[in-house]
Design a protein around this ligand. Structure first.
Ligand code: ADP
Length: 770
């Protein structure tokens, strides 16, 4: 120990020597700071004597200036001057140049005073602290390094006492929290509780406290994820771990903790979890079954719905793989297995419909599709599959197929030829029977630039009806009006047969025509039978006409014969009475009276017969003529078609009512039409019959014209029994005229232009009788 001052009687040199005895090094200066002693050891080490050093010295300078490390000079000079002036002890550490080079020394100097307290000089010692300083520097560097490490570690570091009191936060943690450990306090709370209250998210605080406490008590590591409050109030997720540090005796001396920000990770995990949750929900909600298989063919996932449908639970997951094949319908299992194996080997997608058993034990149709997921090297990573219940669809398809089949059967077994046309008339379907009848298929007659309907009709319809058929289609197709037509249809062998064809438009919900459906019914045999029947009927009617005429003639002969015979005999008697001599006038008179009586009787008979032919007006009533005309035309239409005659009918609108017997007038119409048709039989060209009804103020005129040979004598033909036909009776026109005249009208014939005859009859408008 160095005394602060040395009292009078001691010179600085003596004091220095005392110290030199103790420490091996001693030195002394006079009051002004000039060297007065330097121990020999020091002189040797420095390689300088006090005189040599003083030679460099000047007042106010440090006496060992030229030995001092330049960077330390200012500091040391300040301290030395302070001591010189104040007499305060001098204690300083600095680098000094020794022979061996610069080295650290610690120098201590003390003033030596006289009895009055004036400073006589200074003495002191210097200790070599070079190795100490080197150790301190190293330690200092290491500490700096450590503290930098602590502050630059990308995490929060904290230290707790064994009791859990926070005692250190690293820079990052301070910056994050916005306060240092010393600033964490809350009245009545320990620093740990204050920290929990301040920085840990309320939802995590309780768990944080108990987990940390558990570690403090047991010494086990602390680990937890919690939300830590940032200086700006934002909580971020942290993952924290703390370990205890123990002394040699195993006592915990400190806890070190590290926590790092895992907020983004947690958020990503949460987002992942959320999307996984959504995905799971989606999979569960989708009305499909989903599963996946590893490339080796092991089941890796089955959706809940799939398991449920198979009657298995999640715990039976592994069972599912085993059960998968058992669930397949025995008839399908082989096919499914073969295709699955083929796909696993080739990597091709699997797609198949088969029957699978559900939990109710019933088989349902399912549509399975599997596709492989491949990595960047094209290797299969997983097979993903979808299984859709298509049972209802399959059943519907089956029943559709069944009903289509039965409809097809129906179409093919109907005793008719069936066809369908597109809305524009192009044939699109033909029943098998129709194809067979025609001997060609729909497309066979297709010709570029021609409408399919036209080429088809050209090929199948008899030339005589072709124009009419096309005309009818051209009316029906655009309007949707039902199509009906009688025509001859060409059979595959070239023979034509009469058909009754009808087609109706099929419309959609908007009323648009989507198709025409038609049938052809073969009426050839029926028509022939009808014709034969008609001929038979006509023959019968003629026979009965002839028979009744013969009968009538016989009865007329009989009726008139008697009075005629009586007249002859009375005339004879009269002649005899008059040729007597003398003539018996009285008797002759009587005979003549008998002649007159008989003649009257004959006249009466004739009158009665006349009355028989005179048409009685009882059946007459007021009505329009057009209905009768149309009815007559319809009656004769078939016959006209058969004879190849086209009938045209023009009836004026709003005809006035007439008073007539419809049966008799219809008879007139029928008679005139039939005569016209028969007349046209003789003509070379196809005939045309025109029926027209027109009016003027007083009368309604009916004209029936033909394109036959015409009439040579327009009066003769009206005479009874005039006929030019082999089988004719010559009564038709006579009766017609008598009927018309009985109705107050007239019947006559004119020339038709350019050829043929035109029969005209008129009837008075009611109230206008002639
Ligand atoms: P039928 O028809 O039995 O011969 P009608 O009295 O009806 O008896 O006809 C008498 C005759 O008048 C016919 O045989 C025919 O010569 C002639 N005739 C009738 N209508 C026509 C007609 N439209 N064109 C040419 N001649 C006709």
């Amino acid at each position: 120990m160095t005394p602060d001052t040395v009292t009078a009687g001691n010179s600085p040199i003596e004091a220095a020597k005392t110290v030199e005895n103790l420490t091996g090094v001693g030195w002394a200066f006079d009051a002004s700071g000039r060297w007065i002693y330097l121990s020999p050891a020091l002189q040797a080490a420095l390689g300088k004597t006090p005189d040599e050093l003083n030679a460099w010295w000047s007042e106010g300078e440090v006496a060992w200036k030229q030995l001092l490390y330049p960077d330390d000079y200012e500091r040391v000079a300040g301290e030395w001057r302070h001591s010189i002036h104040s007499g305060q002890p001098f204690d300083s550490e600095f680098r000094i140049r020794r022979r061996a080079g610069y080295g650290w020394v610690r120098s201590s100097g003390r003033a030596v005073r006289d009895g009055t307290g004036d400073i006589l000089g200074w003495y002191g010692t210097s200790i070599d602290i070079d190795s100490f300083r080197a150790t301190v520097d190293t330690l200092h560097d290491r500490e700096l390094e450590l503290s930098q490490l602590v502050d630059t570690v990308p995490g929060h570091l904290w230290r707790l006492t064994p009791e859990g009191e926070p005692i250190f936060f690293n820079r990052r943690m301070i910056d994050y929290l916005g306060r240092n450990v010393a600033d964490i306090e809350s009245p009545g709370l320990s620093r740990l509780d204050a920290m929990i209250e301040m920085a840990i998210h309320p939802d995590d605080a309780a768990e944080f406290g108990s987990t940390l406490n558990q570690s403090l008590v047991t010494g086990e590591s602390f680990f937890m994820r919690y939300r830590l409050r940032r200086f700006d109030g934002v909580y971020r997720w942290m993952s924290s771990r703390a370990e205890s540090m123990r002394d040699r005796d195993g006592r915990i001396v400190q806890w070190y903790g590290l926590c790092h920000d895992v907020n983004d990770q947690v958020r990503t995990e949460e987002a992942l979890k959320r999307s996984e949750w959504h995905l799971q929900r989606l999979i569960d909600a989708l009305p499909v079954n989903i599963c996946s298989w590893t490339p080796e063919g092991a089941l890796s996932y089955v959706s809940k719905r799939f398991l449920e449908q198979a009657g298995l639970t999640k715990t039976d997951f592994a069972e599912f793989a085993k059960a998968a094949l058992d669930l397949i319908h025995p008839d399908d299992v082989e096919q499914v297995r073969d295709q699955a194996i083929r796909c696993i080997r080739s990597g091709e997608a699997f797609s198949m419909k088969y029957r699978r058993r559900g939990k109710d034990g019933l088989f349902r149709w399912t549509d399975d599709r599997f596709e492989p997921l491949r990595d960047a090297d094209d290797a299969i990573v997983e097979w993903y599959g979808l299984s859709i219940d298509v049972d209802d669809e399959m059943r519907t398809q089956q029943s559709l197929r069944d009903s289509e089949h039965s409809l097809h059967q129906l179409v093919e077994t109907l005793p008719a030829l069936i066809y369908c046309l597109a809305p524009d008339g192009a044939p699109i379907y033909r029943s098998h029977k129709l194809s067979e009848y025609l001997g060609f298929e729909i497309e066979d007659k297709d010709e570029i630039g021609k409408h399919r309907l036209d080429v088809t009709l050209d090929a199948i319809i008899h030339p005589d009806e072709l124009a009419a058929v096309k005309h009818k289609y051209s009316q029906s197709l655009p309007t949707g009006e039902p199509y009906a037509m009688r025509h001859r249809l060409r059979r595959f062998d070239g023979e034509y047969r009469w058909m009754e064809t009808r087609a109706l438009a099929m419309r959609n919900a908007d009323g648009d025509i989507v198709q025409w459906n038609g049938v052809c019914i073969d009426i050839d045999d029926w028509l022939r039978a009808q014709e034969e029947l008609r001929v038979a009927q006509r023959n019968l009617a003629k026979a009965s006409e002839a028979a009744s005429l013969a009968e009538l003639t016989a009865s007329i002969a009989h009726e008139i014969g008697q009075p005629l015979a009586a007249m002859v005999s009375s005339s004879d008697a009269c002649q005899q009475w008059l040729s007597g001599d003398p003539p018996n006038v009285e008797r002759a008179q009587k005979a003549l009276e008998r002649v007159v009586r008989s003649a009257n009787t004959a006249t009466e008979v004739v009158g009665r017969i006349r009355a028989l032919f005179k048409h009685t007006p009882e059946a007459r009533r007021t009505q329009a003529l057009d209905a009768v005309a149309v009815e007559a035309r319809d009656l004769m239409a078939e016959e006209a078609t058969r004879r190849g005659v086209r009938m045209e009918c023009r009836i004026e609108q709003d005809l006035p009512p007439l008073f007539f017997d419809p049966i008799q007038i219809q008879q007139v119409f029928v008679n005139l039409i039939r005569n016209a048709l028969e007349a046209m039989d003789l003509a070379a060209d196809r005939g045309m019959l025109q029926l027209s009804v027109r009016r003027d103020s007083k009368r309604v005129y009916t004209e029936i014209s033909d394109t036959g040979p015409g009439v040579e004598d327009p009066e003769q033909i009206f005479e009874p029994f005039y006929t030019t036909k082999g089988q004719g009776m010559g009564m038709g026109l006579a009766i017609c005229r008598s009927i018309v005249e009985a109705h107050g009208g007239r019947l006559w014939v004119e020339r038709n232009d350019p050829t043929g005859a035109k029969f005209i009859f008129d009837l008075p408008v009611e109230g206008q009788e002639a």
